[in-house]
Write a protein that binds this ligand. Structure first.
Ligand code: KMH
Ligand code: ZN
Length: 311
């Protein structure tokens, strides 16, 4: 088995500041958290930017540049930039960070789905919210269509190729493997591919062992075992750690972080993303799986290297 690639998804686009006081929001907080997560064992950090004044998710390339450059100055960790953006953003707005930063790695969402966090709004009273946009944002996702059509995918893939950015394919359902396979057959996507099985999002497949095994078996059948490397996201607690453990045992890789889950133990908020990484490192060590350094992960994933980015 390859060494374990741990990705830390630091702040995300769906976790509300009201949910945890430990969510890094300002660029400097995200940089500090990234460095700590890398020191704890993350080979890759998955970056979303938030508006420095409002903490609302943004795709402003200047914010991403500040974060990515700040991390690069202090750490060798791989910086994986989101192209997922968030509700209310067009595919073009979401993609603009790729030509601007030319990152080593960027997310690539492999199909259109419902993507909702509206039940979170049921948990809070109006006066509980830290920022005025949060409630409306959460409620609005009831009608949000996370758009990733074949047309969008072709355009984004072209952009990734032009900037030599490796896609991290985010697959929220088994059908997304069929989308990917279709595009491989059309010569639009090329092997080997780096896959993230995203489970537990309202709108996608559930975060359980059966679904991950089904995704893995489907990927083996459609793509062939030697043509892909996979990682898993289990959104929520305890799914994040249960599915990370499963991936560690099955030869996959794991993503943790406050984008996906805010708890380090039942009812205990993680005080940093590093705490979530440390827990996965402990589990992996107990199971005898070694942890990949950023350079080892670069080799496994076939990345261009951090000297080739534009930040
Ligand atoms: N928000 C995650 C469930 C992206 O940023 O492009 C999936 C994600 C996608 O991280
Ligand atoms: Zn993300």
């Amino acid at each position: 088995m390859d060494k374990l690639i741990i990705t830390a998804a630091l702040t995300g686009n769906i976790t509300l500041p009201t949910q945890t006081p430990y969510l890094p929001l300002a660029p400097q907080q995200i940089i500090d958290d990234a460095v700590r997560a890398a020191d704890a064992g993350a080979a890759s950090v998955h970056i979303h930017g938030r508006d420095p004044k409002t903490a609302k998710p943004t795709t402003d390339p200047a914010v991403y540049r500040e974060i990515a450059a700040g991390i690069k100055a202090r750490s060798n960790v791989i910086v994986c930039i989101t192209t997922g953006g968030t509700a209310y953003m067009t595919p073009e707005e979401r993609a603009r960070v790729v030509p601007a930063l030319k990152p080593e790695l960027a997310t690539f969402n492999m199909g259109t789905i419902n993507f909702s966090i509206h039940p979170i709004a049921d948990r809070y009273k109006d006066e509980d919210y830290k920022y005025p946009w949060e409630k409306e944002f959460a409620v609005s996702t009831k009608d949000f269509i996370f758009r990733n059509t074949f047309g969008d995918i072709e355009k984004l893939m072209q952009m990734m190729k032009e900037n030599n950015t490796k896609p991290e394919f985010e697959l929220y359902d088994v059908g997304h493997l069929y989308n990917l396979n279709f595009l491989v057959k059309r010569n639009i996507i090329h092997f080997p591919v780096w896959l993230q099985f995203v489970t537990g999002i309202l709108g996608g497949i559930g975060a359980n062992v059966d679904e991950v095994v089904h995704m893995k078996q489907t990927a083996d059948r459609l793509l062939g075992m030697d043509n892909y490397i996979w990682s898993v996201i289990g959104a929520g607690y305890p799914a994040e750690f249960n599915l990370a453990t499963l991936a560690i045992m099955m030869g996959g890789h794991a993503r943790v972080g406050m984008e996906d889950n805010i708890f380090v133990a039942k009812g205990v908020l993680a005080k940093s993303n590093a705490e979530l990484v440390e827990k996965v490192v402990r589990i992996a060590r107990e199971l005898g799986r070694e942890i990949a350094t950023p350079d080892e992960a670069r080799k496994i994933l076939g990345l261009k290297g951090k000297e080739q980015v534009n930040y």
